[in-house]
Design a protein around this ligand. Structure first.
Ligand SMILES: [Zn+2]
Ligand SMILES: [Zn+2]
Length: 126
């Protein structure tokens, strides 16, 4: 039986899979090491899942069968609730997110920037 490790996108530490999950909103891999607004105080990522509030939005978003859930149950496969996510809350900015933003803002295409960068590097070496 293998234990899987995942690297937290926020601090870069590798942790047991139980302690790491994806943010349900931005998709970053996040360990409980770096959650924000933490009033839960658990090491287990599952405890930071989205809690069922009985709303139609949640039922639709997560394909919930209301028969299966009580209010405040953690929704299966919801990942970490974005309210605990340092990226979603703006506490931490991931370089790749910033990068995507810059590309978009300046109407650039990744492959073109990469080609330009490599050509520049080549020119420096020559
Ligand atoms: Zn971390
Ligand atoms: Zn997030």
């Amino acid at each position: 039986m293998g234990v899987e490790f995942y690297a937290c996108d926020c601090c870069g530490d590798s942790r047991y899979e139980e302690y790491v999950d994806h943010c349900g909103s931005c998709g970053h891999t996040l360990g409980t090491c770096c959650v924000v607004n933490d009033y839960i105080g658990s090491s287990y990522a599952f405890d930071y899942g989205v809690r069922y509030d009985g709303s139609k939005e949640q039922i639709e978003e997560y394909g919930i069968d209301p028969e299966d859930y009580e209010i405040d149950d953690i929704v299966e496969d919801s990942g970490i609730d974005p309210k605990f996510c340092p990226f979603c809350s703006g506490e931490v900015v991931a370089k790749e997110d910033l990068f995507d933003y810059l590309l978009k803002k300046h109407g650039l295409v990744f492959e073109e920037v990469k080609a330009e960068y490599l050509a520049q590097k080549g020119a420096e070496r020559a």
